[in-house]
Design a protein around this ligand. Structure first.
Ligand SMILES: [Zn+2]
Length: 458
């Protein structure tokens, strides 16, 4: 087995690989701060050089913002092509006093590497760099074609990624996208993330009188925008806490008995929900568990409301306007444009004609679902099971990852989300960490994946 030979090579040079990862982590690649542009450039060149060492053709792609690096093993006749996507930019560090060791001076404590970007996403990108180099060093030919696209703007919304993918459609063509930027279930259990939710974000504004009014003189005689806004919002859920927008649930798939069983055993428990949120009791759509509500059911939530007098003491006014920001998390098969239009229609119908209503759409993004029984998912499942010595769980991500529907739309490729970080790895927070052991388990699993995928076509 070539993956075994490559894994042995990795283990023999583990200290050097770890030192390489620490070098990677020393680049202060905070994409949102322009003063780090030089570090971004040096880091992208560093990645390119590692990929060239691993025997790939590698180049830096200009994007109009921070550059990306692209690399390719070259064609492998009759074998599938995988595009590894990752990012080398990181979140800002926040309050330095809260870090036990400086964010860009990686420090190993109790088997964990502490540094900004260790888990998100440099440690996980390094897994792929190491796996490819170790495979090459066994002297065996590539069993599959591997391409990589490592970008530098993920933490600022991947501003230039859509344009980059569209203008490099041929170059990036692949059967599957492979992403290591998610977490395991727990220390010993790998996870394959198979779905993410979509998002429709709205801002509604209700305007009534031309200016704030005296509530004693005019109250009760004109429409109060704050009252009207509250009525509109209240009308969007029924007493079973279901969204009342006509057609909202039309395209939502029924949960199968197996999905419900999986979520019951792997999804968030009520106890964990209460501990994480500080809430008194679970609360949500009737007939569904907390795990189902957090991952595979659509939602509608007010994110903020502004109106009238909110200062100290009291001011007896009828406000001239009221506004709210509302987000809807969508699940597979719900069309963002259809939901967006249905929302506007429902809100208009709930508003009395005497007020002036404006509805703005701030962002829309589809949900994503990778069919769990697809050949790629089966390969990923087997590779993780053999890498960890334990079957992975299928995870449903409640958040939104716009790149997944983007890859599907432009490249026609599904994404396999094989992540190796701990669920509590302090993502975007002080003291972000990545376990040395997970770096090793990652390399082992990715090497198995390359081999299994190669075997699948023989
Ligand atoms: Zn990330």
């Amino acid at each position: 087995m070539s993956s075994r030979a490559a894994t042995l090579l990795f283990e023999r040079n583990k200290d050097a690989w770890l030192a390489g990862l620490l070098n990677f982590l020393r680049f202060p690649t905070i994409s949102t701060l322009s003063e780090h542009a030089d570090a971004m450039q040096r880091c992208v060149e560093w990645i390119r050089d590692r990929l060239v060492e691993a025997g790939l053709q590698a180049e830096i792609l200009a994007t109009g913002g921070h550059p990306a690096v692209f690399a390719d093993t070259g064609p492998v006749v009759g074998a599938p092509t995988f595009l590894v996507y990752g990012h080398y930019d990181v979140q800002p560090v926040g309050d330095l006093n809260l870090w036990q060791s400086p964010p860009f001076e990686p420090t190993i404590r109790d088997g964990a590497i502490y540094a900004r970007g260790s888990a998100d996403d440099k440690g996980q990108v390094m897994i792929h760099l190491a796996a490819l180099r170790c495979w090459k060093d066994t002297g065996t030919t590539w069993p599959v074609r591997v391409k990589l696209l490592i970008e530098g703007e993920e933490e600022i919304g991947s501003k230039h990624l859509a344009g980059l993918i569209e203008s490099n459609r041929e170059k990036l063509a692949c059967d599957y996208v492979l992403i290591s930027d998610t977490a395991k279930l727990d220390a010993d259990t790998p996870a394959l993330t198979c779905s993410t939710r979509g998002l429709v974000y709205k801002e509604i504004t209700v305007r009534g009188p031309s200016h704030d009014l005296h509530s004693g003189v005019y109250g009760g005689a004109v429409a109060n925008p704050a009252n009207v806004l509250a009525t509109i919002i209240a009308s969007l859920h029924d007493e079973h806490r279901r969204v009342t927008i006509p057609g909202f649930y039309d395209d939502v798939a029924q949960l199968s008995a197996e999905e419900r069983r999986t979520l019951a055993s792997c999804g968030i428990s009520d106890a964990d929900l209460l501990a994480a949120t500080g809430s008194r009791a679970p609360y949500g759509e009737e007939g569904f568990s907390s795990a189902e509500r957090c991952g595979v059911r659509p939602t509608l939530d007010v994110n903020g409301m502004v109106s009238g007098f909110t200062g100290e003491g009291s001011a007896t006014i009828i406000p001239a306007a009221a506004s709210a920001k509302i987000s809807m998390r969508l699940v597979a098969y719900q069309e963002p444009d259809k939901i967006s239009a249905a929302f506007d229609e429902a809100v208009r119908r709930a508003a009395p004609p005497v007020v002036q209503l404006t509805i703005a759409t701030r962002s829309t993004c589809g949900a994503y679902l990778c069919p769990p029984d697809s050949p790629g998912m089966q390969m990923a499942r087997q590779a993780l099971a053999e890498g960890f010595g334990r079957e992975p769980v299928l995870a449903h991500e409640g958040g939104t990852l716009p790149i997944l529907p983007l890859f599907k739309k432009v490249l026609g490729a599904d994404s396999l989300l094989m992540g190796f970080a701990m669920p509590n790895c302090n993502l975007h927070s002080p003291n972000e960490f990545f376990h040395v052991r997970d770096f090793e388990l990652g390399v082992r699993s990715i090497l198995r994946f390359i081999e299994i995928a190669g075997d699948s076509v023989r």
